[in-house]
Design a protein around this ligand. Sequence first.
Ligand code: GTP
Ligand code: MG
Length: 210
Amino acid sequence: MDFCNVRFLLSAHTNQQLPPPVYPEIAFAGRSNVGKSSLINRLVGRANLVKTSAKPGKTQSLNYFQVDDGCCLVDLPGYGFARVSRQIRQSWQGLISGYIETRPTLACVVVIIDLRHELKQLDRELIDWLRYLGKPLLPVYTKADKLSRNQQEKNAAALDAGLSLTSGERLLFSAQTGQGVDGLRQRLTAFVQAGRGVVQTAGLPATDPI
Ligand code: GTP
Ligand code: MG
């Protein structure tokens, strides 16, 4: 799949504004300011397809991008940002959790975690919840460029242990240097292919019981 053949589709502020569930969707989740939008820009090879910001809370809606004829990328609002009102926080959470729980075309949730820091409770909770729901997920440890190779491995091993992951189940990444981008494209292509099977099966007419 050519991730560089991409265009902005729409921004959804409510579940009613989501596009019809036609293409497998890859959603990008993570704490506010962790680098979700930057990761998408690097994935699609564009500096500014998605707006990024040094201030947390930039992405406040579900932003859809259409790739080829193949899939949609969905940039989710970040969680864990304290400086927005409780009401806004709750409505974001409702939007995101409703989307993840009910979206039939959701092929993978990429959970983006800052490689520099210790595991945060919210990240753990998100991954546990996705596992509980049985949703396909791909943890990506980002901002690797801020650490030496040695420190990258050490921190990644600590996050792996906290999340009960093997090193083959996650990726190290840097939006700055492009580290890990080829691996990310390969893994996401596989998720889309698996998701396409599910979408087609879901679309088949029900057979009569014998
Ligand atoms: P919200 O939409 O506010 O939740 O943020 P986000 O998760 O989309 O983060 P965004 O991509 O806007 O990046 C936040 C800040 O981190 C920006 O200043 C980016 O330049 C920086 N950043 C993101 N990824 C990387 C990375 O891999 N390396 C480095 N050094 N900086 C990064
Ligand atoms: Mg963002």
